[in-house]
Design a protein around this ligand. Structure first.
Ligand code: HEC
Length: 122
């Protein structure tokens, strides 16, 4: 009986440790002052955008699955800016991510910082 309790306590400890160590989650929610594409922007795109915005996705709107494609989406190589698409439906027919909750303030401000800093890659 005692050893079962011990095992349960150990398992809870491991679960807690794993959840606290979840970097991606932290990146998705906190504001990062000096973000880079690889560390901070790609995880947001991977979690919220590439499902639709990649070559294997639906339609022919911009890819968001490489550094250059995300920079181009913001720079106006495509018709509407990435940041604008996140904030309102005034530049895309729906606010992005389409059919999903808006990105957290942390994510949006991290993307703003990344743009203002000139799109650092790594
Ligand atoms: C469920 C699918 C889906 C998801 C998820 C999604 N998009 Fe979109 N996106 C679309 C579609 C469809 C369009 C085409 C225009 C429209 O319907 O508004 C579009 C258009 C855009 C455009 C405008 C392209 C242009 O040429 O005007 C941008 C920028 C954009 N999305 C960014 C994003 C970002 C950034 C995310 C993630 C935060 C995201 N999208 C998530 C489906 C999606």
């Amino acid at each position: 009986m005692k050893s079962i309790k011990l095992i349960i306590v150990l398992m809870l400890g491991v679960a807690l440790f794993i959840s606290c160590d979840s970097r991606t989650q932290q990146d998705l929610e906190g504001i990062v002052t000096n973000p880079t594409y690889t560390k901070n922007i790609k995880p947001i795109m991977d979690a919220k955008c590439v499902n639709c915005h990649s070559q294997n996705g639906q339609g022919n709107y911009p890819d968001l699955d490489t550094y250059q494609s995300v920079v181009d989406a913001q720079n106006g190589t495509t018709s509407s800016s990435l940041l604008c698409s996140l904030l309102s439906s005034s530049c895309t027919s729906d606010r992005m991510p389409k059919s999903d909750a808006p990105l957290s303030n942390g994510s949006i401000n991290t993307i703003k910082n990344w743009i203002n800093n000139g799109y650092p890659e790594n």
